[in-house]
Design a binder for this molecule. Structure first.
Ligand code: ZN
Length: 440
């Protein structure tokens, strides 16, 4: 009898390097040799990016394979051995692996949806796993169980994208990545918008190559696995590739931004979205960050556009009290108050901004002076007085239009849906499982 085995892995990467996706890529090769039947691409599931002890990327992986029931123990052993041998040594390493056989229970699916935006604790993960017959292998704090279980339960049935990841050979890791920038510009020109966030238009920075010592050489994100293969052919590199794999992922989908109707649900570390009214003028604080206040029903929150969001801050600075906006971002507790770290903002409607001027004298055309509130104006030059004159009102141009504003790609979270994906969202789109999706 055959069975589908779901494998979830998280937190094998330390801050020094390593990468959970690399473990998955190695496992693809090893499990393929055990003659399993892959049910899907490996899943790269990005989870709530606001968890304090996680890196910005907060990602976990899942593999789904069909095998003979009597072979499952052999597969589980191979997975555990591989995770053990590839986990980077260090204090912050906390690998967790979970196994689930058969259909995914609804409780696990619900857990996954919550892990996208909420701050879930290990006890809740262990309880859910226990109730659903999920086997858990973890050590130390067990923190990785949250991500591993969430990855297993996320089947990517809503919007999704792909990422082709290439990995460096051992002796090149830690050295500058030898990828031709010109070829990346060309690849972007040829394949976008079916690929996205290859570069940052504002700074011309290449975004497909990570910084830091992890084994990834580059990753190309896109809508379709075949276009990723085409893109890989265009990118020129001057170092060997150890392996490459196409992942299916929730990157670039906004899956984490949970729409809130009640301000009480805006809790620390959640990823949230809500409609609000600007109630304080934006101001710039040291470091170049822009802060302003919004009222969400009867509660007031600080919103922040941080310095790395670049030109996005110029838009935010133009907001004034009375503007209606949709706020998208992560909740950070700060000095007892809560600050929304903005990932995007939609300006729904703009308040009128009026400037007042003193009238000109009808006799000599010099600027008149007020005789006091509601008491009219007098001309100091020729002495003309008019007690019925009032200040002149001019509606000023706001220099901003209603619409959606997103920080540049270099400042986006992995989960943030970039401009180029609007209109390309997948809904009930069956995943195209091509034959050639990994080497070796
Ligand atoms: Zn005058």
């Amino acid at each position: 009898m055959d069975v589908v085995l779901h494998v979830g892995i998280d937190d094998t990467d330390s801050l020094l390097g390593g990468c959970t996706t690399y473990v998955a890529a190695v496992l693809v090769e090893k499990l393929a040799k055990l003659n399993v039947e892959f049910q899907d691409y490996p899943a790269l599931i990005r989870l709530n990016p606001n968890i304090p002890w996680k890196t910005r990327g907060n990602g976990a992986v899942a593999l789904r394979v069909k095998t003979r029931v009597e072979h499952t123990d052999k597969i589980k052993c191979e997975v555990l051995r591989t995770v053990e041998s590839l986990s980077q040594p260090g204090e912050d390493v906390d690998p967790a692996v979970v196994f689930l056989s058969g259909a995914i229970p609804n409780e696990v699916k619900r857990f996954s949806k919550m892990a996208l935006y909420d701050f879930l604790n290990v006890d809740f993960a262990l309880k859910t796993a226990g109730e659903c017959g999920v086997e858990v292998f973890a050590s130390k704090s067990l923190k990785g169980v949250v991500g591993a279980l969430a990855a297993v339960g996320e089947e990517l049935q809503d919007d999704y994208t792909y990422e082709l990841l290439t990995y460096r050979t051992d002796n090149y890791r830690g050295m500058p990545r030898m990828v031709s920038a010109e070829s990346v510009f060309l690849m972007d020109k040829v394949t976008s918008p079916t690929t996205f966030n290859n570069l940052d238009p504002e700074t011309k920075r290449i975004l497909i190559t990570p910084r830091g010592p992890d084994p990834v050489l580059y990753g190309i994100r896109g809508e379709d696995p075949t276009v990723l293969l085409e893109a890989m052919k265009i990118v020129n590199i001057y170092e060997p590739i150890e392996r490459w794999v196409i992942f299916r992922t929730n990157q670039g989908t906004d899956a984490h931004l949970k729409w809130m109707e009640n301000p009480k649900d805006v809790k620390p570390y959640r990823a949230v979205a809500f409609k609000a009214v600007v109630c304080g003028k934006p101001h710039v604080i040291p470091g170049g960050h822009v802060i302003f206040k919004v009222a969400f029903k009867n509660e007031v929150f600080d919103c922040a556009a941080y310095e790395p969001t670049g030109g996005f801050r110029e838009t935010v600075k133009k907001l004034i009290p009375g503007d209606v906006v949709e706020i998208y971002g992560g909740v950070r507790p700060l000095n007892g108050a809560m600050t929304i770290n903005l990932e995007k903002i939609r300006v729904v409607s703009l308040a009128k901004e009026v400037k007042y001027f003193n009238p000109k004298c009808p006799k000599c055309n010099s600027t008149m002076k007020s005789m006091g509130h509601d008491k009219g104006f007098k001309c100091e030059k020729c002495g003309f007085k008019d007690s019925n004159m009032r200040k002149l009102e001019f509606e000023t141009s706001r220099g901003i239009e209603p619409g959606l504003y997103i920080p540049p790609p270099r400042a986006q979270r992995h989960l943030t849906k970039p401009f180029s994906r609007y209109g390309l969202e997948k809904k009930n789109v069956e995943c195209k499982f091509i034959d050639f999706w990994h080497v070796p």
